[in-house]
Design a protein around this ligand. Structure first.
Ligand SMILES: [Zn+2]
Length: 423
């Protein structure tokens, strides 16, 4: 992923890219602001900042936005502001049934949205790649129609582990037995059908959907805290159990793309055997099958599917049915054990719940509290306080747009001056 530069940049071009990024990020997050303010906040010398902001203005990313009195003596200062419409990001969330598509600018303002049922057969990545390529072509046309806007690229969000190279995924949800180079397949589809005359190839990045949801919830939560959290653990359950870690504002994927995935975290060593080969995995206690079965809805799940069973469970909870409430009490306790395991390892500042763990938080709370309060013997402040996420089912798509925005702010030099091609 295009993360922050690690270690000292090796040459002056890399230093310049990094400094451009620091200046743009400050203007994007704190602007409108003067060059002096950017200089003071970033430590960039005023002289070099003049050249950097000239570069950002030339690329159309920043504009001069009038004068502000300096206050007391001194000259009024010229303000700099982000031009959010200069760059668009394309996001596609892939589920088993549909593609959710959005094109948005750097302020998150959408210029295109679509929900496309794909109905591609299980275990056929090529068919899925064709559907994704069709969605990308349509969304790209919408982006190209916006005057003066540069399309940065597309972020594809899907379940299952994504390898650190951002291209390969294997997904049991989609019936893929092993790694699939989905972005490679999509790229081949786009080439085969023609990407439009004279248009450069669209950069594609594949990211796990729960990781993107974690990133979006992190950004949504940060303004509500006095100091930005350094770390966040996200645990969600909907059609499956998943999660993500955000460290220092960035997704942490781990060595195999499964960091922060709690579904197969063991919570009972003598528990039932899981499809993964382990025993007592969290998904066997808080996953949709486990919850609906515990609530007496196994028959409905078998006949009408997990979505219908979950909907019925929501109704049973709202109606206060004892068996449903007991199922959530028990799930809350097991979830508490997983939260303790995650926070023991990570000492996360924030634990955020997503999917039905957020929707049904009030029914999980009693079991959660029972398990988490055990930590109080160490110190009250070490008791984790999981909070429900606020973005609901939109979190993954929002996270994909956020991921693209971050990539633009990380490397403004990739945005060409209007009328020129990218560096
Ligand atoms: Zn397992």
């Amino acid at each position: 992923m295009p993360g922050p530069a690690v270690g000292p940049p090796s040459d002056s071009a890399a230093v310049r890219r990094l400094n451009l990024s620091r200046a743009l990020r400050h203007i994007a997050e704190r602007g409108p602001c003067s060059r002096s303010e950017v200089s003071a906040a970033t430590g960039l010398a005023h002289g070099s900042l003049t050249a950097l902001t000239a570069d950002l203005i030339d690329r159309g990313l920043v504009r001069e936005a009038g004068l502000t009195p300096a206050g007391g003596r001194g000259r009024p200062r010229r303000q700099l502001a982000l031009v959010p419409g200069r760059v668009l990001t394309l996001a596609v969330r892939i589920t088993r049934e549909r593609l959710q598509v959005a094109v948005a600018d750097l302020a998150g303002e959408a210029v295109h949205r679509a929900t496309l049922p794909h109905r591609t057969p299980q275990g056929d990545p090529a068919a899925l790649a064709r559907a994704v390529a069709d969605a990308l072509r349509e969304a790209r046309a919408a982006a190209e129609a916006v005057p003066g806007a540069h399309l940065w690229g597309a972020v594809l969000a899907m379940p299952g582990p994504v390898h650190a190279d951002g291209a390969h995924a294997f997904s049991t949800d989609f019936g893929w037995p092993g790694p699939v180079d989905l972005t490679g397949l999509v790229r081949a589809e786009l080439r085969r059908a023609g990407t439009g005359e004279g248009l450069p190839e669209l950069p594609l990045t594949l990211v796990n959907d729960a990781n993107l949801a974690a990133l979006a919830e992190y950004r949504a939560l940060t303004p509500r805290r006095a100091t930005p959290p350094r770390s966040l653990a996200y645990l969600k359950a909907d059609i499956g159990v998943g999660g993500g870690l955000v460290l220092d504002g960035r997704i942490h994927t781990g060595g195999h793309g499964v960091a922060g995935e709690p579904g197969h975290m063991p919570v009972a060593f003598d528990g039932p055997v899981c499809a993964c080969g382990g025993r007592g995995c969290l998904a066997l206690y808080v996953g949709p099958e486990a919850l609906t079965d515990a609530a007496g809805l196994a028959g409905l799940r078998a006949s009408a599917g997990p979505d219908e069973a979950l909907r019925a469970l929501g109704e049973a909870l709202a109606a206060g049915e004892p068996r449903a409430l007991a199922a959530l009490d028990a799930a809350g306790e097991v979830l508490g054990a997983a939260v303790l395991a995650v926070t023991s390892l990570l000492d996360a500042d924030e634990v955020v719940l997503g999917g039905y763990l957020a929707d049904w938080h009030r029914w999980l709370e009693r079991g959660l509290a029972a398990r988490l309060s055990g930590r109080r013997a160490l110190a009250d402040r070490l008791v984790p306080e999981p909070v429900p996420g606020v973005l609901g089912a939109d979190a993954a798509l929002a996270g994909a747009l956020t991921y693209g925005r971050d990539a633009v702010l990380d490397d403004p030099a990739a945005v060409p001056s209007p009328g020129q091609v990218a560096e």
